[in-house]
Design a binder for this molecule. Structure first.
Ligand code: FCB
Length: 449
């Protein structure tokens, strides 16, 4: 194995930055969603969070000191273009300039996500993802960011987990902007699929040597009863919805309509050139995996006829998100995405776990997180050793942060954050990861000629 496997840590703007209205930033859909009573556990919000906006230097130095040389962060659209197209907030853009420079000064390579869920509220007021204009709004925004940072940032990701932000935000209403139902979901889904392709093309034309990807959430799906045909069909449908819905149109296969006939309802939103406009071959895909799902047939679930049997009900080992700890899932997903011949490189752009960390005598002995990371990384390297494409791993997350509708209760960081004092403490898992990277690099550099 060559020493070119990369190791990193991932974050996102709304989850860590704070600085709600700093330097001309305006509301995102998450700022607004958090104001709704009981939308978020304990009615919390990301107004302050880790104050990364002010503490970024300390955090980048910490990252570098932990041997983590790749940092995935996202740009906050409402910081840079708070009013949507046609207006740039230079002071917001300057922040990402300083952040990029500071990463490079510390020999940390920036991996930038353009959209990690914090849409400017101004654009949501015009329909957000349900408005087809979002494809051009996004393209304008993407070009501005890449023109400004593209001389220094080489690794780009267009969207973070479109399955989640369309499903949770525009169908179930449990994430911002809290919209529900198929009439919101279907246009949001199609416009997000068009946007991921448009984004890849925009970045490419703004920066010829950019390394461009986009990310997908994914989970290995298994039928509850592997001998029951109805459960098997339910698992296939769930797999199409969770794992195939966005990657297949991007790679030129179209939507997985034969497995999910309800996607025929997309027809009114599909315009004449859309089939080719959905296609753009990225340089890499980012896969984000935490768990697997076990699925059974359910005649009561419209469209899908499938039901997820959660980890608690199955009484299996799980994190405090009620996500089953199932390391083979990451291996299976790497294998599944390797089957698309158009996929050139794969990075694990997120993987990690939330447990009830306890600080005792100033130390966080998060043994469970160490074991989780060890077992998942082992499966990633198993895939690599078998010759499957997988080129890097980013842990989610560097810092404890605002976990969307779950607020601050689940802590995913390898670094603990005291949200009152903003004090950072490296957890046992942070030390373990740092050491693991160092040993990995020593082991592998010795066999490279
Ligand atoms: C992913 C999100 C990320 C974080 C983790 C736990 O779905 O991309 O922002 O919330 O889950």
């Amino acid at each position: 194995m060559k020493n070119d496997f990369i190791w990193g840590a991932a974050t996102s703007a709304y989850q860590i930055e704070g600085g709600k209205f700093a330097d001309g930033k305006r509301s995102s859909i998450w700022d607004e969603f958090c104001k709704k009573k009981n939308a978020i556990v304990n009615n919390q919000n990301g107004n302050k969070s880790c104050e990364f906006y002010y503490h970024y230097k300390e955090d980048i130095r910490l990252l570098a000191s932990l041997n983590i040389k790749n940092f995935r962060f996202s740009v906050s659209w409402p910081r840079v273009m708070p009013l949507g197209p046609g207006f740039i907030n230079q002071r917001g853009l300057d922040f990402y300039d300083r952040l990029t420079d500071y990463c490079l000064e510390n020999k940390v390579d920036p991996w930038v996500t353009l959209y990690h869920w914090d849409l400017p509220q101004e654009l949501e007021d015009r329909g957000g993802w349900t408005n087809r204009d979002i494809v051009s709004w996004f393209s304008e925004y993407a070009a501005i960011i890449v023109n400004r940072l593209g001389d220094r940032v080489k690794h780009w990701m267009v969207l973070n987990e479109p399955v989640v932000f369309t499903g949770a935000g525009y169908f179930l209403g449990v994430h911002a902007p809290g919209k529900k139902g198929v009439d919101n979901y279907l246009p949001a889904l199609h416009h997000a699929a068009l946007t991921q392709a448009a984004g890849i093309k925009t970045i490419r034309s703004a920066c010829a040597d950019a390394h461009i990807g986009t990310t997908f959430s994914c989970s290995h799906i298994t039928p509850l009863n592997p001998h029951n045909i109805e459960d098997i069909l339910a698992a296939q449908k769930t797999d199409a919805l969770i794992n195939r819905l966005f990657i297949e149109p991007l790679l030129g296969y179209g939507y997985p309509t034969s497995t999910l006939p309800f996607l025929n309802k997309l027809e009114p939103y599909i315009k004449s050139n859309d089939i080719e406009n959905l296609v753009a071959i990225p340089d890499f895909i980012g896969i984000q995996n935490y768990t697997r799902e076990v699925v059974s047939h359910s005649k009561f679930t419209p469209y899908l006829n499938a039901k997820i049997i959660d980890a608690k009900t199955r009484n299996v080992d799980r994190t405090i998100m009620n996500w089953e700890i199932y390391p083979e899932s990451i291996y299976e997903m790497i294998k599944q995405f390797n089957r698309y011949k158009e996929v050139k490189e794969i990075y694990i752009t997120e993987n990690g776990a939330a447990f009830n960390d306890r600080k005792i005598d100033g130390q966080i002995n998060d043994e469970k997180r160490v074991n989780y990371l060890k077992s998942y990384i082992e499966q990633v390297l198993r895939a690599k050793n078998e010759g499957l494409k997988v080129d890097g791993y980013f842990v989610w997350s560097l810092l404890d942060n605002f976990e969307w509708s779950e607020g601050y209760t689940p802590r995913f960081g390898i670094v603990h954050v005291d949200f009152e004092t903003q004090h950072r403490t490296v957890k046992k898992s942070g030390k373990w990861y740092s050491n693991y990277i160092k040993e990995f690099q020593e082991r592998n550099s010795s066999i490279v000629i």
